[in-house]
Ligand binder design. Structure first.
Ligand code: DAH
Length: 326
């Protein structure tokens, strides 16, 4: 074992200090429980008894010197990383954005239908006339085309090809039936376009959710059951629902679905629907032994009814006073 010598320990400390060894490591080497200082104290008994007292005092002095050095330097070392890392004030972090009311609602709708065994399909936003109209049993010159105010898109390289921004999500039915085999249980949420002036209840761009359920047993009773279950999830449970006869070229018979929230006098029109027209199944290449229903609803309209919002334009106004309420 080395001779017990304070100068050796001091030299070692000064050497580490000169090499800028970290304060933490110096503390470890000299001041920790198994460090040089404790070790020296433990060996005090090896010394001649008359030198022990002086040795103890010197050792204490050195210990204090090292401790002071560590205290002084540890602080700057610990502060360094904090100085380098910019940290956002908490108030800013609390104001992070969130999903828009439209996305929140789309996920909510998707969630309910997924529990009923539906999956989600998508289709293009720019369509041919055939997918948007003809395949859905709306022939050229049929007055029913006037139900939709269409935004046409010209392809300058191929002027004979005319496209349009889809006026509804119904063409996704056709894509889905084209691409997959029955049975079908699918919803298609998405953006649709109409050429019209904007006011409190009309926008050129808005969202719809289309639904399609086709197999060999689905009847109007199935349809009513599925829709009732859906609206009771989205609105208060004792919301009433009724079917009102209507007309759509792609369904026969066709209905409007109305709901009446508890305590309300008024019936509110919330979706168009019906049993899928034979011609639509044929156009999509599906055996007409299959049958089922389809529906389409305006997402913004549902949200407005659900949350008592009176103007469609709030959705796109980017006004935090509106956005932060949801
Ligand atoms: N596509 C219709 C519209 O935009 C809504 C609709 C009605 C969709 C009846 C359907 C349906 O699938 O069966 O006005």
């Amino acid at each position: 074992m080395d001779n017990l010598n304070i100068q050796t320990i001091r030299d070692e400390f000064q050497d580490m200090r000169d090499r800028s060894v970290s304060a933490k490591q110096i503390w470890q080497t000299f001041l920790s429980r198994n460090g040089r200082i404790s070790e020296a104290f433990n060996r005090i008994g090896e010394l001649e008894s008359h030198t022990r007292k002086e040795f103890g005092q010197e050792l204490n002095a050195l210990k204090q010197e090292i401790q002071e050095y560590v205290d002084a330097n540890q602080e700057t070392e610990e502060q360094t990383p904090i100085d380098l890392l910019p940290v956002a004030p908490i108030e800013v972090a609390e104001e992070r954005g969130h999903l828009s009311l439209i996305s929140q609602t789309l996920y909510e709708i998707q969630d309910v239908f997924e529990r009923l065994g539906f999956s989600v399909a998508q289709g293009p936003q720019m369509e041919t006339e055939w997918f948007n109209f003809d395949a859905l049993n709306i022939p050229v010159d049929h007055p029913a085309r006037d139900m939709w105010d269409t935004i046409w898109v010209e392809d300058k390289t191929e002027p004979e090809h005319q496209y349009l921004m889809r006026t509804h999500t119904s063409p996704v039915q056709i894509h889905h039936m084209h691409n997959t085999k029955p049975p079908y249980r699918v919803i298609a949420p998405g953006v649709v376009y109409r050429y019209e002036a904007t006011d409190a209840t009309h926008e050129t761009v808005f969202h719809q959710v289309e639904g399609l359920m086709v197999d060999d047993v689905t009847t109007i009773a199935t349809f009513k059951g599925v829709m009732q279950m859906f609206f009771r999830h989205l609105f208060p449970v004792d919301t009433e629902m009724r079917l009102r006869p209507s007309y759509f070229p792609f369904t026969e018979p066709s209905f409007e679905i109305d709901i009446r929230p508890p305590g309300s006098e008024e019936w509110l029109e919330i979706a168009g629907a019906g049993m899928v027209h034979k011609n639509v199944l044929e156009n999509a290449g599906v055996d007409t032994a299959y049958q089922g229903f389809a529906f389409g609803m305006g997402v913004e309209r549902i949200i407005m009814l659900k949350h008592g919002i009176d103007d469609l334009r709030h959705f796109h106004a980017a006004d935090l006073r509106f956005i932060q309420q949801f």
